[in-house]
Design a protein around this ligand. Structure first.
Ligand code: FAD
Length: 405
């Protein structure tokens, strides 16, 4: 693998496997395990609150064990709790972990892949020392307070304000589509601090303590029936100035760091279980007796080829300090892969997909199909990714902007 000497990679893989073998069970392949255990195929997590609480506890305990054993932040600087190794090893470890029956990482994706890179690139020394270790260790769940009812693709149009007040700022406004806000201890908040500046220059980023008066988190129900994300109302919420990420007015630059990293991580499939998902599709084909069906075989081959392409791309991204446009490519490949898997399952299942016959592993795909389109939007829509690649990489003319400021 590029970026890591073969000896180092072999030694690391052996060490990681020893840790995983000692602490977790290997996943039985879905085909072998067909009909056993829960048949949920989670994409946008939305469990019953009690189950979610339990899952969060288990996930946190696992992440803490991983971190304390030295595998939690391999590419991070030692000063802030990392192992000081190549960031490629983080991807190697992540992929190895998908072969084991361990709690998922979804609760901690925003902490690790969005808030932490923003603090690392733009935060003060004290913010780095205070937050990076707990964010990577799973001590803190983070949410991303960016989107607003009138500011999604046009994120720089955000209207939530932060006004100077003593040693800090008072925040007022509304955020929307905030994943995990209902379980988060901290939020990465984009707020307008200078209404007179052009819109991209009047924004500032903060780390917001979510457990304080004035924050009202209300669940939003999606078409699966679950509530993965929330509306967040902010009414005179205090944030100390020491929680500012970067100088006042550079919030847009900080947001770009976060979004680039977010796209890379969404694209890496980190929020889902890519290997088990493919095994589940493979298991479905076998269960339906379609192993020799040419269209099922072709569909599975396309999924496998796309998966391999995505893995190679992710290795390239991990090698760079900033994934740049690769993050947008990865995100596009990923949302298309989800669509491909969901549509393949739907076609294979036919009417078993529409009504719950009680057969294990069949109707469960409906939730996945209804969640997959959400990933075309999360982290910036596919159309926005295409615009970024067209303008920033191919040098095509910029599309006309509706705004003048
Ligand atoms: C599952 C999920 C999780 C999310 N989690 C979070 C979160 O935790 N925190 C957070 O802040 N936000 C979150 N979001 C919000 C997400 O970032 C926004 O949905 C996204 O940026 C799009 O914004 P919008 O929904 O306002 O759509 P709009 O911006 O209104 O776009 C509507 C449509 O118009 C298209 N469009 C808009 N502008 C252009 C253009 N210039 N060129 C071409 N087409 C265009 C879009 O592609 C889209 O199809 C989440 C969304 C989803 C679906």
């Amino acid at each position: 693998m590029s970026g890591v000497a073969p000896d180092e990679l072999a030694e690391f893989t052996q060490r990681a496997r020893q840790f995983l073998d000692a602490n977790a069970k290997r996943l039985v392949t879905e085909f072998a395990a067909w009909g056993q255990g829960p048949d949920r195929i989670p994409l946008l997590e939305h469990a019953d609150p009690e189950i979610e609480k339990q899952e969060l506890t288990e996930s946190r305990q696992w992440r803490q064990r991983v971190f304390d054993s030295g595998f939690g932040w391999l590419g991070g600087p030692v000063t802030y709790g990392g192992a000081g190794l190549s960031p490629v090893l983080d991807e190697v470890y992540r992929v190895l972990e998908t072969e084991y029956d361990v709690p998922g990482r979804a609760f901690f994706g925003i902490a690790r892949n969005m808030l932490a890179p923003a603090i690392l690139d733009h935060g003060s020394e004290s913010l780095k020392r205070k937050y990076l270790r707990p964010l990577f260790r799973g001590d803190l769940v983070a949410c991303q307070l960016f989107s607003e009812p009138g500011a999604g693709s046009d994120l720089a149009g955000a209207r939530t304000t932060a006004r100077r007040e003593g040693d800090g700022w008072l925040v007022n406004g509304q955020k929307v589509w905030t994943s995990y806000a209902h379980v988060a201890q901290v939020g990465e908040l984009l707020a307008r601090t200078d209404a007179s500046a052009p819109k991209h220059h009047g924004l500032t980023m903060f780390v917001l303590d979510m457990d304080q008066p004035g924050i009202d988190v209300r669940p939003l129900r999606q078409m699966t029936g679950g509530a993965h994300f929330n509306e967040v109302f902010l009414d005179n919420v205090y944030v100390p100035d020491e929680n500012r990420i970067g100088e006042p007015g550079i919030g847009w630059q900080v947001a770009r760091t976060t979004l680039t990293s977010e796209r890379g991580s969404v694209g890496s499939g980190e929020s889902t279980l890519s290997a088990p998902l493919i095994q589940r599709l493979d298991g479905l084909i076998s269960y339906l007796g379609k192993q020799d069906d040419p269209s099922a075989r072709r569909a599975l081959a396309e999924v496998l080829v796309a998966d391999r392409t995505m893995r190679l791309l992710n290795e390239q991204s991990e090698l760079r300090d900033h994934p740049g446009p690769l993050g947008s490519v990865a995100k596009l490949l990923f949302s298309r892969q989800l669509e491909r898997v969901a549509n393949t399952a739907a076609e294979l299942l036919g009417d078993e997909f529409l009504a719950d016959s009680g057969e294990w592993g069949t109707f469960a795909w409906t939730d996945f199909l209804l969640s997959a389109p959400g990933l075309r939007f999360a982290g910036g829509t596919d159309e926005i990714m295409l615009n970024i690649l067209a303008e920033g990489v191919l040098g095509l003319p910029r599309e006309p902007r509706g705004d003048t400021r």
